[in-house]
Design a protein around this ligand. Structure first.
Ligand code: UDX
Length: 450
């Protein structure tokens, strides 16, 4: 087994460290935030990720997992140091490497042994491994030989622990045969197919995979807009498409668009890279453009229905960018909340776990409720931004029971149209016909049953 240091205990670093400890390695997670480290030392996860906290506690108790703010304690005895810090977009769309540079120089100042393997797990632009090598070398106290490898992760938030143990593939990129062998041995207990390639190909596989997923989503969302014009049903269209094994069924769910810290960022990075090397992929500009339009389609539908949202009590269900996470980065729900407030609506939002993070983005421009009922009570209209199981399982009768006007705008197509037809509600969704339930027909069109 190996001594592994994890540099950065964010969404990727903490999951990676805990899972490597789980398969028997000695792991030290380093973070410069003492508050975060203190929380972790108490066995509390610093973000919501199903299954993570329990695994973390087990490995803390087993003594295979340590948390520290000290780079010296973290890096000096490590065989492998994994760089897992964030690489946010900078204004021109490329990835900001300031945290990678800081960590690399910190590693250079700290390591004292030859043959340490430095692994970049963070999503980085092509060629970053060369920069990491220079940054480390610039701070070395004495000449040392170390190996470098790119090992991008493909973890989905909300399923990151599961994906670590059940991933489709592990990608390792390096020009050092020793590095490739070391990582192959490290991951062997996971029994996941491993692709060994050069560094740049490994870095490109990551951002190309994410931008392709974004492309799939935007294409389906563009088709959903056509469905709305022709009276089609995007769910039936994607069902028919997805049965072709070459297309596949996943990532064909139409909705209000993709968010999160990865798909938008990595799509911009591929666009930036393509332009930089003189091979522009204008297709990806349109992927982002479609997504931008999609994000506010529900609000446009609501404005078309109500003419004005001024003074309307709007319930917003789901604030995280996807279910099973508390992450609100690039969350479409957050963008909808801001636009609703701009239109004069009075917004009350519910989310099972993301309210704390949402408050950092939205502050008090909206209200927050602890229950779905409280959010929907006396609402004139309701928006669904995140398809949490809890939201998908709301008894349909509750909408008409709790809301003043049961008019629903569903951005994640949580409900089957047939299931909605039997109820006195008005149901708008993405790429499917609007449903006006039976009693509403009476109310709306005054049709008598006599
Ligand atoms: C993504 C990649 O899936 C993962 O491999 C990579 O390591 C990190 O980025 P993540 O961002 O956690 O994972 O979420 P993902 O499940 O990919 O969803 C991203 C966004 O796309 C979410 O906003 C989701 O709502 C949206 N989405 C997803 C759709 O709109 N339609 C779909 O069919 C699937």
């Amino acid at each position: 087994m190996k001594k592994i240091a994890i540099a950065g205990t964010g969404y990727v670093g903490l999951v990676t460290g805990v899972c490597l400890a789980e398969i028997g390695h000695d792991v030290i997670c380093v973070d410069r935030d003492p508050q975060k480290i203190n929380t972790l030392l108490k066995g509390e996860a610093t973000f919501y990720e199903p299954g993570l906290e329990e695994l973390m506690k087990n490995n803390l108790e087993a003594g295979r997992l340590i948390f520290t703010t000290s780079p010296t304690i973290g890096y000096q005895d490590a065989d492998i140091i994994m760089i897992t810090v964030g690489t946010p977009n900078d204004p021109n769309g490329s990835l900001d490497l300031q945290y990678i540079e800081q960590i690399s120089k910190e590693i250079g100042r700290t390591i004292t042994r030859n043959n340490i393997l430095i692994v970049t797990k963070s999503t980085v632009p092509l060629g970053t491994n060369e920069k990491i090598k220079e940054w480390i070398q610039s701070e070395l106290r004495s000449p040392l030989y170390f190996h470098l490898a790119a090992n991008p992760e493909f973890l989905r938030q909300g399923a990151a622990v599961y994906d670590t143990f059940h991933g489709d593939r592990i990608i390792i990129g390096s020009d050092s045969k020793e590095a490739l062998h070391t990582l192959e041995e490290l991951y062997k207990p996971l029994h996941i197919p491993i692709i060994k390639t050069d560094t740049k190909s490994a870095e490109l596989i990551k951002i190309a995979s994410n931008s392709f997923l974004a492309l799939k989503i935007s294409y389906v969302n563009a088709l959903s807009s056509i469905c709305e014009q022709i009276g089609g049903n995007i769910e039936e269209v994607t069902l028919g498409m997805g049965m072709d094994a070459r297309i596949g069924t996943s990532f064909l769910n139409a909705g209000v668009g993709f968010g999160g810290s990865c798909l938008p960022k990595d799509t911009k990075e591929v666009t930036h890279l393509a332009n930089e090397v003189g091979e522009p992929i204008r297709l990806l500009d349109e992927v982002l453009e479609i997504n931008k339009r999609q994000e506010l389609r529900l609000i446009d539908k609501a404005l078309a229905r109500f003419k004005s949202l001024k003074g309307k009590k709007a319930a917003l269900l789901g604030l995280s960018f996807k279910p099973n996470t508390d992450d609100v980065r690039e969350s479409v729900s957050i963008k909808m909340a801001k636009r609703l407030v701009m239109e004069g609506a009075i917004v009350t939002a519910y989310d099972p776990v993301a309210i704390r993070n949402a408050k950092r983005e939205l502050g008090e421009i909206i209200s927050y409720s602890d229950t779905l009922e409280q959010a929907l009570m006396n609402a004139d209209l309701a928006f669904i931004g995140t398809e949490w199981e809890e939201i998908k399982n709301i008894p349909i009768t509750m909408f008409s029971e709790w809301m003043t006007e049961p008019v629903i705008f569903d951005g994640r197509n949580c409900f089957q149209l047939d299931a909605m037809k039997g109820f006195p509600i008005e149901y708008h969704s993405i790429g499917r016909p609007c449903v006006i339930g039976k009693e509403n027909i009476i109310k709306t069109f005054g049709l008598g049953l006599g």
